[in-house]
Design a protein around this ligand. Structure first.
Ligand code: GLT
Ligand code: MN
Ligand code: MN
Length: 440
């Protein structure tokens, strides 16, 4: 027995004991996987997982892959890159092969900042159109980067009028690029609309200037749409409660809805939301309740899908890896309310994943988890136990007369169904409604 437990100790990544015994070191060396066999191993184990959908099946869903997710090199404030750069041609080719039907991009992901707003940008746009065409992928959304470049250090709604005029040009230009690429959506994440230290910015003024930029985008959109005989874009605001500024002026989707209704926008009907699952979790919100509020306001137009932890940073993990039950509930809400907008895979393949792994593991498994959860959500919506329980709760206990005690008494036993409903949704998530049981 001692031998058995020692053998299993070989595989503990933390065990100092491994170095202490020469016999173990020799054994481990003999077991090591040479570099040239590693892709084969990762590929074989990925295929062994099963449960993958075909590219044709994946294309039935309105799923988009962002350029910045595919090309993310693993860099961050404390992180050096771990992956090689990837061109838009490569991202689009991989999306086509996997069966992700739509592609999304920032203006500066694909066009260098000094080329933007020059005639040369249209050459790049032409090359993008050809790559999309060749790979059977469509551009669904464009977004204007107003956070990375030093010109946006004081935000796109900064005090200096020339900064705001430049930002408006970039926004109008992104709308033009969007129409040229056939996009239906434009997204705006005002990441730097906030401050590190208080007092220098007057928030009401900053919001007025921010509205000026959006108004410029909408007004240009109306002109271009008319020229091209296309519908106008759906302009979607995306909130994140913290990062990169200490304080954000529009930190949540709800704050953005209030902003849309503030009277500052010349075309509030053209502006809606792109909530991100994790961004709402970051402030401790119930994502499903956030989405419900947006649905009621008719503003849930676009949805960034990923995963992570409440009250932590924007880790952008792959959808369903942390909160599959919460995700299932979110998708039940969206399915039952007929949401037909895009699901944008706004996540960051982990820095431990290689360039090969991004396309072999990261993107296909993220898409397949989403599809699986979406289909399970369909089962939840149709489950007879859930439907009967929900109908019974709505019917109520039938108390008449209106005195408090009899209302409480009449509904007492029915209310246990709340807990039963959660249990049933868990069962459906793990397949127990289809007989997945254990003999213990
Ligand atoms: C940035 C942000 C994302 C947004 C992108 C769109 S930029 O990566 O963290 O959540 O969706 O601008
Ligand atoms: Mn996002
Ligand atoms: Mn995020």
């Amino acid at each position: 027995m001692a031998g058995v437990s020692q053998a299993s100790a070989f595989f503990l990544p933390s065990g100092r004991r491994l170095d202490e015994s020469p016999a173990q070191t020799v054994y481990l060396k003999a077991m090591s996987i040479p570099r040239e066999q590693q892709q084969g191993l990762v590929g074989r184990l990925t295929d062994l997982c099963g449960g993958a959908y075909t590219p044709q099946q994946r294309r039935k869903y309105f799923i988009s892959g962002p350029q910045w997710a595919g090309a993310y090199e693993g860099h961050a404030l404390f992180h050096a890159p771990t992956r090689e750069p990837v061109s838009f041609e490569e991202v689009i080719r991989h999306l086509g092969e996997i069966g992700i039907p739509y592609w999304t991009t920032h203006d500066s992901d694909v066009i260098a900042t000094d080329v933007l707003l020059t005639d040369r940008q249209w050459e790049v746009v032409g090359a993008i159109s050809r790559a999309l065409e060749q790979n059977g992928v469509k551009c669904s959304m464009v977004t204007c980067e107003t956070f990375h470049h030093p010109v946006f250090a004081g935000s796109a709604a900064a005090e200096a009028p020339e900064v705001r005029e430049y930002a408006a040009k970039r926004l109008r230009n992104t709308v033009e690029i969007g129409h040229e690429l056939g996009a239906q959506f434009a997204v705006y994440w005002p990441g730097t609309l906030g401050y590190m230290v208080q007092g220098a910015i007057e928030e009401t003024q900053t919001l007025r200037w921010f509205a000026d930029g959006l108004n410029a985008a909408c007004e240009r959109d109306i002109e271009v749409a008319q020229q091209k005989g296309r519908p106008t874009l759906k302009h979607c605001l995306e909130a994140k409660p913290f990062e990169p500024q200490a304080q954000i002026i529009l930190p949540t989707s709800d704050a953005m809805m209030a902003f849309i209704g503030s009277g500052l926008l010349t075309h509030p009907e053209m502006v809606g939301l792109n909530p991100e699952y994790l961004h709402e979790l970051m402030w401790g919100g119930a994502v499903r309740a956030v989405l419900a509020r947006a649905l009621l306001a008719g503003k849930l137009w676009h949805f960034d899908i990923n995963d992570g932890y409440p009250l932590k940073h924007d880790v952008d993990l792959g959808v369903g890896l942390v909160n599959p039950l919460d995700w299932l509930n979110v998708l039940v809400l969206l399915r039952t309310h007929g949401y037909e907008g895009p699901f944008n895979l706004d996540y960051k393949p982990p820095r431990t994943t290689s360039n090969y792994g991004v396309w072999k593991v990261s993107f296909p498994t993220a898409v397949d988890r989403f599809i699986t959860l979406w289909e399970i959500a369909g089962e939840v919506a149709e489950d007879s136990v859930l439907n009967e329980a929900t109908a019974a709760l709505k019917a109520g206990g039938g108390a008449t007369g209106g005195d408090l005690q009899s209302i409480v008494e009449a509904n007492k036993e029915l209310l246990s169904l709340h807990e039963l409903i959660s249990h049933r949704i868990f069962q459906i998530l793990i397949g127990q409604h289809k007989g997945r049981t254990f003999s213990v």
